[in-house]
Write a protein that binds this ligand. Sequence first.
Ligand code: SAM
Ligand code: SF4
Length: 473
Amino acid sequence: MQNQLNMNMGNVIDPKHIDKEFIDLFNKPGPYYSSYPILAEWNKKSDNFDHEKTLIDYFKKNPDNPIYLYLHIPYCAKLCYYCSCRIHISNNRNVINNFVQLLVKETNMLESFFKKNNIKPNIKEIHLGGGTPSHLTVDELSLIIGEIKKFTNIEDLDEFSMEIDPRTVNVEHFDHYASFGVDRISFGVQDFDPEVQKKINRVQPYDLIESLMVNNIRKQFKGVNFDLLYGLPGQTLETFRNTIKLTNQLAPERITLIKYAHIPEKRKHMKMIQPSDFPPESDIPLMFVESTKTLTNSGYEWVGIDHFAKKTDELAIAKKNGTVYRNFGGETSGNTKDIICLGPTSTFSFGKYYAQSTYDLHEYRDSVEKGKFPISKNYELNNNDIIRRDCNFSLQCNQVLDIKKIQEDYNIDFYSYFAKEIDKIKKYELAGFLKLEDNKILVTTLGRYFVRHICQIFDTFIDDELEYKVHGN
Ligand SMILES: C[S@@+](CC[C@H](N)C(=O)[O-])C[C@H]1O[C@@H](n2cnc3c(N)ncnc32)[C@H](O)[C@@H]1O
Ligand code: SF4
C-alpha cells in the first residue's frame, strides 16, 4: 500500500496516511549525521596526535579549498530547559569579557600559525554560533571580528551568519552586525505558544519576534532563519500548527525544524521538564509530517532532513543542483565543506580529519594561555570511512546516491564493495523507502522521513536495521 502511496504522494506524505508502523519508525532513536563517524566515535586525543601537523599537511595539499570558519560563544543569558548544547549561563560582564579575551588570544594563535607556515586560508564562510553570540556586546564582537580580519577578507566571503537569541537584541544591534559583514541571521524561536514557552523557560512573545522581522532589519541581510523545535513540553498538534502558521506569517527565508532530543542523563537541567508535559509519542511524527505539508504548500522547499527554504534561497537552489551538504550546524549549500574553528566545543572537519576543542572552560583557558590549540578529541578517517561518509551524505542531503560516480571517484566496484549493504538496500526498496534506478539509489518521498535511519546502512559503527513490513504484497 505504501509503495503505491509513495508514487502518488508528491513531495510530502499526507498526515492521514500515518499509521502505527510509521510512528514507531519515526520515533526510533538514531543519530543525526553531522559527521561520519558521529562525534561519539571520535577518540580522546592521544599525546602523539599532532593537530598542527595535520592542518599544515591539509593546507599544503589543498591551498585553495574554500574554508568555513566557525566561532563558538558558549555563554547564554538564561537557561532554556530543553537545551542540549554545551553552554554556560552568565550575565556577569567580567566573566564574559574574560572569555572574549581568551577567544581573541586563540584567534591570534591561529593567525600566527597561518603566518609561520605560509598558509593563506581561503575563508569563504564564517558562522558565529553558540551558546549565544548576541549575548556579547557589540564592542566584544567588534574586537573578535577585528582579529579575524587579519587573515580573512570579509568582502570576499560568500556568507557570514550569526545565531541570535531574540531576547538579547534591539533594533540597533542589527546595524552593527551588518556593518561587521554579517549577511545571514538565525533566530532561536523554538515555539510561539506562551504556555510552551513557560514550560521551557524561554518566554519571548510573538510580538518580540515580529518586531525584529521588519523591513529595516531584513533588508540588511540576505536571509533570516528560524529554529523551531517539535516534541517540546506543552505542545499539542493544535499549538504546533499555530506555531507553523505564525512562522509562515513572518516568512523567514529558512526554517530549521528539529525534533527535540531529551537527554536528561547528560543534561541535568532537562529534569526541570515534567515528563507528563511531553506530547504523546504518536503526535511527534504528526507534528513533523503536518509541518512538511503546510510549509511546502506555502512555497518552502524541504531540504535535507529538517530544513525548509524559500525557493529563491541558496539552500533551495543547492537542493535543485544536488549540492546540499550537512555540517555541525545543519544543512548547508555545500560551497564549503572543510571547517576550521575557534572557541570551546567547536568541531573541525578538514580533509580526512575531524577534531574537537575541549568544552571544559578551565581546560580551554589552560591550553590557550599556554599557546596550544585546545583539541580534546580527534578522528582520522580511513578510505573506507571516506567512501561511506560520501554515500551517507549523498542520501541524507540530496536523496540520491550516484553509484557510477562513487565507483569512479573511489575506484571501486560498488556492488562487490557493498555486497552486504546491497541486501539491505533491496529490502528498503521493497519497503518503499528507496528506489534503484539507472545506477542510482533514490530516496522516495516516504523514505525522506526516515532517511537518517536509512543512512545507517553505510555505518560500520552501528549494526541496526529498520523493522518494517513489506507493504502492498
Ligand atoms: C545552540 S542554539 C543557538 C541559538 C541561540 N542560542 C538561541 O537559542 O536563540 C541552536 C539550536 O539548537 C537547537 N536545540 C537546542 N537544544 C536542543 C535539543 N535538546 N534537541 C534538539 N535541538 C536543540 C535549538 O533549536 C536552538 O535554536
Ligand atoms: S537554546 Fe540557545 S539560548 Fe537557550 S540555553 Fe541553548 S544555546 Fe542558550
